[in-house]
Write a protein that binds this ligand. Structure first.
Ligand code: FES
Length: 122
């Protein structure tokens, strides 16, 4: 039976790499941010401020937390309150985290994609 509905294209574009030169999507209004904290996202050094959420830290320095599994478009969170899962990231042992609900910590190692032994704790 013929249909006019077009099938979605999977992975038609590549997800852009997060670079420190990319413009940030978030600007803090705090006049005195907390002490600087260093963490890693996909191997890249990220400087955050104490008391920030991971999502705030990532969006201040770049434009994404990962890529959409259907079209590879950049993801950057949506609800900012733990409901939508659009900010999912993974820690070094494979636990899925909601970046908008987790505080930054010194030395965190985070990934935009799951590693092989994923634990779903979000
Ligand atoms: S932005 Fe929606 S769950 Fe984090």
């Amino acid at each position: 039976m013929p249909t006019d509905i077009e099938e979605p294209s999977l992975s038609s574009t590549s997800c852009p790499a997060m670079t420190s030169s990319a413009p940030g999507l978030l600007v803090s209004i705090r006049s005195a941010p907390g002490p600087a904290i260093q963490m890693f996202f996909d191997g890249e050094l990220i400087t955050a401020h104490a008391h920030d959420t991971i999502l705030a830290a990532l969006l201040r320095q770049g434009a994404r937390t990962g890529c959409n599994e259907f079209d590879n478009a950049p993801r950057a969170g949506f609800c900012l309150m733990g409901s939508c899962q659009e900010c999912s990231i993974w820690d070094a042992v494979g636990r899925r985290l909601r970046a908008c609900m987790e505080a930054v910590r010194e030395g965190l190692e985070l990934r935009s994609t799951p590693c092989q032994n994923v634990q779903d704790n979000a």
